[in-house]
Ligand binder design. Structure first.
Ligand code: G1P
Length: 286
């Protein structure tokens, strides 16, 4: 039912400087594939097949990665490297991806607003690639299920500690069922004193297209950025917006500890790496 997904990938990747001077954060490998690929795979396994990636200057390696590379394929074929050839082809066949550049860094809300023409008045998903979610049912699919039930915008939620209130949008909830909450209000990174609850917004959203008119009237914050959080806060005053406490484990790979943890735990889940990684971990002395 929801066919389109938007991946904002225009940020500087400041927390990963200096490597992000030359390599987009989204292309940093987690285990053995770029972190953005986890997001693309989640989108596809949630039933969506049209993807818009919002990029910016110095991000062309993302486009190269998901493009075909006939020269490389020819070399691999000649050398009879079948497995590698399959891997390389698989990446470029993953999905139909289009790109738009965000020319000025004016915030996540501004980036999503650039998707208006692509979305063309349909409900759509937004996936922030910094959040990798490992779950039995893909997180976006869980949101789509809630969307089908309530026919209104729905965002992913996770409980956080006090430290998390500085890092995420925090909602004012009204509980609807075990895992579903109606969002009465939301504040971007409030800190513990101003936080309404311990329920944080995680980088997965399903929006009705009316989010765009709210984005258009959202004022920039003190840093000159248009926040997606402020726009769906405005939307929640007019129409119901729901939050789902999703099932699964999330890694915040936009932060160095989350990035390292994701590498270890996701490698441990892969048969070909499991035994060796366990051996390395059990040999550590500290
Ligand atoms: C963004 C959103 C924030 C949300 C977070 C989830 O923040 O603005 O509301 O909680 O993603 O990862 P950012 O991580 O871009 O600072």
């Amino acid at each position: 039912m929801i066919k389109k997904a938007v991946i904002p990938a225009a940020g500087f990747g400041t927390r990963f400087l200096p490597v992000t001077k030359a390599i987009p954060k989204e292309m940093l490998p987690v285990v053995d594939k770029p972190l953005i690929q986890y997001g693309i795979e989640e989108i596809i396994s949630s039933g969506m097949d049209q993807i818009l990636i919002i990029t910016s200057r110095n991000k062309s390696s993302i486009e190269d990665y998901f493009d075909k590379n006939p020269e490389l394929e020819k070399v691999l074929e000649e050398k009879d490297k079948r497995d590698l050839l399959e891997e390389v082809k698989k990446v470029s066949d993953l999905a139909k991806i289009v790109y738009i550049r965000q020319k000025e860094m004016m915030g996540l809300g501004h980036a999503v607003l650039l998707a208006k023409d692509f979305v063309n008045n349909e409900p759509f998903a937004v996936l922030l690639p910094d959040d990798i979610i490992d779950s039995e049912i893909p997180c976006l699919k869980q949101l789509v299920e809630v969307y089908s039930e309530y026919s209104c915008s729905v965002v992913a939620l996770e409980r956080v500690d006090e430290e998390g209130t500085w890092r995420y949008g925090i909602i004012k909830p009204r509980q609807i069922s075990d895992r579903v909450f109606k969002i009465e209000d939301v504040i971007e990174k409030p800190g513990p004193e101003r936080a309404y609850s311990d329920l944080a917004v995680i980088g997965r959203y399903v929006f009705e297209p009316d989010i765009f008119s709210e984005l258009e009237r959202t004022k920039p914050d003190s840093r000159g950025e248009i926040q997606l959080t402020d726009a769906f806060g405005l939307l929640s005053k007019k129409r119901p917006v729901y939050g789902l406490l999703f099932e699964g484990r999330r890694y915040d790979v936009g932060n160095k500890f989350g990035f390292i943890e994701a590498n270890i735990r996701l490698a441990l889940k892969r048969k070909e790496f499991e035994a060796k990684i366990k051996e390395i971990l059990s040999s550590l002395k500290y």
